[in-house]
Design a binder for this molecule. Structure first.
Ligand code: GNR
Ligand code: NI
Length: 190
């Protein structure tokens, strides 16, 4: 009888599994107000989650996505702010930490996949330095400006339970929340 090589299936289910689109949670889901927990190990399961989040983000489409938006309270964000004519440049940031905020400010009209159809003008620092752990578990530091600087701040806000409506007046914020609560109950289409 010829000897047969045994096949090690350890980790195979994650290794071979196809990417999957995840469901994005929306206002007023209370998870969006929770603080996400630091990640302690970078393993295949986490890399799979990051890939699934990227697929979900590209499908939406969006320029960033925080794990909490797919219901997972971990400090993981994905981003891609490349323009349509540019090649894709997916970024995965584990435990992102903003280390420096520049003094120059810039206003962007921000949207959020968890608050569909709402846009808010938000003034934030134009330049930042963000530290994070990459998919290989290596510490990285990145200087960002433009849309990427804005998106990183938007995503890190998500990890701290902060949303774009928090930049509105209380009256306007309450109006948005009320509308989404009503929608969630299935009352109306507005
Ligand atoms: O897709 C998105 N667009 C966007 C535009 C301006 C500033 C921030 C963003 S992030 C948003 C996707 C999202 O909700 N990420 O959390
Ligand atoms: Ni968002």
């Amino acid at each position: 009888m010829p000897a047969r090589r045994s096949i090690d299936l350890q980790g195979a289910s994650t290794y071979f599994s196809a990417m999957a689109k995840l469901e994005i949670i929306t206002l007023p889901d209370p998870k969006l107000r929770q603080v996400s927990a630091p990640i302690e190990r970078v393993d295949d399961e986490l890399r799979k989650l990051a890939d699934d989040m990227l697929e979900t983000m590209y499908d939406a489409p969006g320029v960033g996505l925080a794990a909490v938006q797919v219901g997972i309270l971990k400090r993981l964000i994905v981003l891609d702010t490349a323009k349509e004519e540019e090649p894709p440049s997916p970024l995965v940031m584990i435990n992102p930490e903003i280390r420096h905020l520049g003094s120059e400010m810039r206003t962007y009209e921000e949207g959020c996949l968890s608050i569909p159809e709402v846009r808010v003008d938000i003034e934030r620092p134009a330049d930042i330095v963000v530290g994070y752990i990459d998919k290989d578990g290596k510490p990285q530091e990145l200087k960002a400006d433009g849309l990427l600087a804005t998106a990183v701040q938007h995503e890190v806000d998500h990890l701290n339970g902060r949303l774009i409506i928090d930049f509105l007046s209380r009256l306007k914020r309450d109006m948005v929340v009320k509308r989404f609560k009503k929608q969630a109950k299935g009352d109306v289409e507005a």
